[in-house]
Design a protein around this ligand. Structure first.
Ligand SMILES: *Cc1c(COP(=O)(O)O)cnc(C)c1O
Length: 361
């Protein structure tokens, strides 16, 4: 039998090279490599239309997108956030010299617990920064109501949520601002990249200014940074975007195979509320114990299959933050694995992975 190729948790979508070079030719024709060139502007317009939002600001990555959203909304001091996310959610808060206040998650959805948010708001805060984990919506109605009642901004790290919808509306359209990552491993990508969704012309202008050193021509308005994305990244985005529908469909087929093959496995899966249409971004499974998770992980790895502990660790355990313990988040972080999921993952491989999960969990 031939050597098996390793199977990783995901595989970046590499579009046909002719399609990318066709976009690159436009750059060679314009001679403009960055600074909001025609491709970046076109991508922003296409994304805003697709997402049904007034403004989509293309950024260098999804982490700077969060930082600029916090800045643009004037967030200071305490920021209520989730311990169950990628480290960039909390690192952005710290980098902006704000204080993260972790509250625990809802074990059903793995998103921030709105009741815990409400309790934390009683001690004061200037914003809520929550993650739509695995593209599952936070309790967006409740959080919007809390935002109004306590006069705090609601920002979503929607890095997992591209093209996921809730009640007929793109998840990225919720909140005072939402951010997305267009990193190579995400459903829609530009190699490296990200965006901030804004709802007013004033917010959009503020984000543009922050993204580009805080000045327009010779006139300097405020402290800014360089968070621009290049035309090369925009070219990748314009090439990948027309494939997204198909990529989602093919991911959905793999998801259906896992669902069937794992029907009797002693695992649980995070649940989305009614009204969500998934983007099939991830396939998380939660085991009964950390030992069961480790057993499955080691057995798969011995067979060159590399699921990922996502999210791990719970961010309230990071050595550089001081936080109250969040037991639900810690418990799930100890027991979760994201299984390999990408278009073209063979049915036989899905069955082989599901077999290990079912027999060893
Ligand atoms: C990928 C990701 C980020 C970071 O995005 P980059 O584009 O890699 O900077 C932030 N938050 C979450 C939840 C992510 O998954």
């Amino acid at each position: 039998m031939s050597e098996r190729k390793p199977i990783y948790v995901t595989k970046a979508f590499v579009p046909p090279i002719e399609e990318y070079t066709a976009q690159l030719r436009r750059i060679w024709a314009s001679g403009q490599l960055t600074n909001q060139g025609p491709l970046a502007l076109e991508l922003e317009k296409l994304l805003a239309e697709r997402l049904g939002v007034p403004h989509c600001l293309f950024m260098a990555n999804g982490t700077l997108a969060i930082q600029l959203a916090l800045r643009a909304l004037g967030v200071k001091g305490r920021v209520i956030t989730t311990p169950y996310s990628y480290v960039a959610t909390v690192s952005s808060i710290l980098w902006e010299n704000c204080e993260p206040v972790f509250v625990d998650i809802d074990p059903a959805t793995t998103c921030i617990d709105a009741n815990a948010v409400e309790s934390a708001l009683k001690n004061g805060a200037s914003a809520i920064l929550a993650t739509h984990v695995y593209g599952i919506p936070c309790d967006v109605e409740r959080l919007a109501e809390l935002g109004r009642r306590y006069n705090v901004k609601v920002i979503y790290d929607a890095a997992h949520a591209f093209d996921a919808t809730y009640k007929g509306r793109q998840l990225l359209a919720y909140g005072d601002m939402s951010t997305c990552s267009f990193h190579a491993t995400k459903l829609f990508h530009t190699g490296e990249g990200g965006c901030v969704i804004a709802h007013s012309d004033t917010d959009a202008a503020q984000l543009r200014l922050l993204r580009s050193f805080g000045h327009i021509g010779d006139e300097h308005f405020q402290l800014g940074i360089n968070a621009k994305a290049s035309e090369l990244n925009a070219a990748m985005g314009l090439t990948v975007l027309p494939h997204v529908e198909r990529l989602k469909r093919e991911r959905g087929q793999v998801v259906a195979q896992y669902d069937a093959a794992l029907a009797t496995a002693p695992i649980t899966r995070p649940q989305a509320p009614e009204g969500r249409v998934t983007n099939h971004a991830y396939y998380p499974v939660i085991f009964r114990s950390g030992e069961a998770m480790q057993r499955v992980k080691a057995t798969l790895e011995a067979d060159k299959v590399f699921p990922r502990r996502y999210f791990y660790p719970s961010l309230d355990t990071l050595p550089y933050v001081k936080a109250d313990a969040c037991p639900v988040s810690r418990s799930i972080a100890e027991r979760v694995l994201c299984l390999p999921l990408y278009p073209g993952l063979a049915e036989g491989d899905v069955e082989r992975i599901a077999e290990v999960v079912t027999s060893l969990a």
